[in-house]
Write a new protein. Structure first.
Ligand SMILES: [Zn+2]
Length: 73
């Protein structure tokens, strides 16, 4: 597809996506995305986002937990 921001071409990549749901942050690995070769903008299909919501709201396996530092600059 063509990037909406810069007009560049996109290509399919598996990416790590951050996702907030009910005040919890999730890191989702191996999410199918179209990534702009020029500016790096990422596009996700609606069906992929629906699948993520369904997955997070049902029983799901947690690969690991991360510790995150929040810093005010
Ligand atoms: Zn772009």
């Amino acid at each position: 597809m063509i990037c909406e921001f810069c007009g560049g071409n996109t290509e399919k990549h598996m990416v790590t996506k951050t996702h907030w749901l009910h005040s919890k942050l999730y890191f989702l690995e191996d999410v199918e995305s179209e990534v702009c070769r020029e500016c790096g903008e990422r596009y996700f299909q609606a069906k992929v986002l629906d699948k993520i919501d369904t997955l997070l709201q049902s029983e799901h396996k947690v690969e690991r937990h991360l510790q995150v530092e929040v810093i005010r600059v």
